[in-house]
Ligand binder design. Structure first.
Ligand code: ZN
Length: 187
């Protein structure tokens, strides 16, 4: 238990003002104090972002080699779908993090993974198409990967932003519910 304003440790103190800065707190009401230091939350978010980023890039690297059985759609959806899953997971983790210093790196890794998934997915889509026997001439009209490379951050921001916003609202609602329950219990 630490003060929300000055991060002073309120361990084993009774209800009242913070001895350091005077901000009132109540051990029965979790909204009036913080459980973990903001610095720890920032480090946790940054660490998770680095680990997820490394796993994501390694995964995409190895997903380039399979031939996906000549199905360009399977190739596209495997790569883009993986990017969407990683992007959504990092957005939820960012919403659960209590510090913006922890949230921002997670959100960036999420946007990056949707972006790379879209670019690698559309690139592989055309390369699988071109490797088929007697490919159609459309298979060589491959400007989509360049578009995904230049503009893929836009769908990335849209997907990660929406999942983050929804999770943020949902988590806030759950925390408020837990708080009002604990207040009912203490009265
Ligand atoms: Zn304080």
């Amino acid at each position: 238990m630490i003060c929300r304003s000055c991060q002073y440790s309120l361990f084993e103190l009774a209800t009242g003002p913070c001895p350091e800065c005077g901000r009132p707190f109540d051990p029965a009401d979790p909204s009036t104090f913080e459980t973990r230091r903001r610095g720890q939350q920032a480090l946790l978010g940054l660490g998770l972002a680095v680990v997820i980023g490394i796993v994501m890039i390694t995964g995409f690297w190895f997903a380039q080699t399979p031939d996906y059985g000549f199905s360009r759609h399977a190739a596209f959806w495997t790569l883009f779908g993986s990017g969407l899953v990683v992007g959504s997971v990092t957005a939820i983790l960012a919403a659960a993090n209590r510090s913006w210093l922890g949230r921002v790196p997670l959100l960036l890794v999420g946007i990056l993974s949707v972006w790379i998934g879209l670019f690698f997915g559309s690139d592989k889509f055309y390369r699988v198409w071109q490797s088929m026997p007697n490919p159609a001439s459309e298979a060589f009209a491959d400007t989509a990967p360049i578009g995904a490379f230049l503009l893929g951050w836009m769908p990335g921001m849209l997907v990660v932003g929406s999942v983050f916003g929804l999770s943020f609202l949902l988590l806030g609602w759950c925390r408020r519910r837990a708080r009002s329950k604990s207040m009912l219990r203490s009265n």
